[in-house]
Design a protein around this ligand. Structure first.
Ligand code: SUG
Length: 422
């Protein structure tokens, strides 16, 4: 009898982490464009979050930074591409740290063949993210190579934008029970008849992923994201909603048809518990600056759920007072755990963006991708020694930075015995 548990695979923040303002519709990315980044501090913050969650919840995995700068991308863009700051920055992007966008994952109890299915996200909407999937797939193929338990697909065709688990939620009585999978998509600006920001998840992609994974249509729900939320800066559903077990924690304005969305979820999963935050308590703007919903909602070993939120939630009086009120009530969320991931937050990536949830038996995963205290110590030493302390936009393109980035990543691969990803 295998035991299926949720393992969160966090992205280790890569040594090229920088602020280039590359993501239209991502308010934090636009706000911090051109600022100095601190890759070493960023990676150490991420590692501290992983350590905390390992101690608290018992299992933790990780995925590695991808090779940067990606000179193939610049070659594909033609001679002189490196003179365009946005194209140059794309080639350096450390955006694969946000592993909620690495893939969509359907655990074994939900699928027709009883395997856990993973489909890497094509991330076509943004150039700097569209380059990720071939290297991500190579890594997923290694980590989840056990074909008796996992199937790793190719991404869906690039005509349809797919941003992975950031637009996917799962409802279940317990992780090893069959679940209801909820796919949230946005309508394009043309379909919406205007608007500010693009929808990065297309329904055709979500439907393709559901088919590839062999999901039961009666236990699969497709919900439209509220265009108002997209235009306020919720470029992924996980900026306004998160689910775990039988509970969804969402902003009142998360979905286009609020009642219809909950009715559809309840029809497929009658035991649904909704913890909805009214706009009058926390506005969309507050939700987006604090990233209240970009939280990890996790089942605690002692029972009840914990919400792992960014420190920024504590700094917003309205958000913090909502959370204090919630804890004083008798709801399913019993604990709030603030974590410092400020360097990632400044690019629009909170605690939930930084992790990919895989419900699986950890014994079936390549152990090189699973965290232990000893491995965390070793990684910390490498990061402290090799990761650039800071990157200014003017540093991009300098060979000294390129060498530092490549050396740092390779040192990590060596420490983890994963040089085949070099
Ligand atoms: O795709 N930011 C990422 C943040 C991804 C957050 N993920 C989830 N919500 N799951 C993005 O917009 C900014 C990069 C820059 O501007 O340098 C960036 O790519």
């Amino acid at each position: 009898m295998t035991s299926l548990v949720e393992v969160n695979f966090d992205g280790i923040v890569g040594p090229s982490h920088n602020y280039a303002g590359l993501s239209l519709g991502n308010v934090a990315s636009a706000k911090h464009q051109g600022q100095t980044s601190y890759p070493r501090a960023a990676a150490l913050q991420g590692l501290a979050k992983m350590r905390g969650n390992l101690a608290r919840f018992g299992h933790q995995g990780f995925l590695l930074p991808l090779p940067r700068p990606n000179t193939d991308l610049l070659d594909q863009l033609g001679p002189g591409a490196q003179d365009n700051p946005a194209l140059l920055a794309a080639a350096y992007s450390a955006s694969s740290m946000w592993t909620a966008n690495a893939a969509t994952v359907s655990p074994a109890p939900d699928t027709a063949d009883g395997r856990c299915h993973l489909t890497p996200a094509n991330l076509v909407t943004m150039l700097h993210r569209a380059q990720e999937w071939p290297d991500t797939k190579r890594m997923l193929d290694l980590a989840f190579a056990d074909s008796a338990h996992f199937t790793v697909h190719d991404p869906v065709p690039p005509t349809f934008g797919d941003e992975g688990a950031a637009n996917h939620m799962r409802l279940c009585a317990s992780h090893d029970d069959s679940g209801v999978e909820v796919f949230v998509y946005g309508r394009s600006l043309a379909e919406r008849g205007g608007g500010k920001f693009p929808a990065r998840q297309h329904i055709e992609a979500s439907r393709a992923v559901a088919r590839l994974h062999g999901l039961d249509p009666a236990r699969t729900v497709f919900i439209e994201q509220n265009p108002v939320a997209i235009d306020a800066g919720a470029f992924h559903n996980d900026v306004v909603a998160v689910a775990n077990g039988d509970t969804i924690f969402a902003h009142e304005l998360a979905f286009a048809d609020r009642q219809g969305a909950y009715d559809a979820m309840r029809k497929a999963f009658p035991a649904l518990q909704v913890v909805e935050v009214p706009d009058s308590a926390v506005s969309l703007a507050d939700a987006i600056t604090s990233y209240l919903f970009n939280a990890q909602l996790v089942t605690r070993p002692v029972g009840g759920m914990a919400l792992v939120v960014p420190e920024e939630c504590r700094e917003n009086a309205r958000v913090w007072s909502y959370l204090e009120g919630m804890l004083a009530g008798n709801g399913p969320i019993r604990e709030v755990v603030p974590v410092d991931v400020r360097e990632s937050m400044a690019n629009g990536g909170g605690p939930a963006c930084l992790r990919l949830r895989v419900v699986c038996d950890p014994a079936t995963v390549d152990p090189r991708f699973l965290l232990t205290e000893a491995k965390a110590d070793a990684m910390e030493a490498i990061i402290a020694r090799e990761w650039p302390e800071q990157i200014d936009p003017a540093d991009l393109g300098k060979s000294s930075l390129d060498n530092a980035i490549r050396t740092a990543r390779y040192a990590l691969l060596e420490t983890l015995g994963l040089t085949e990803l070099g």
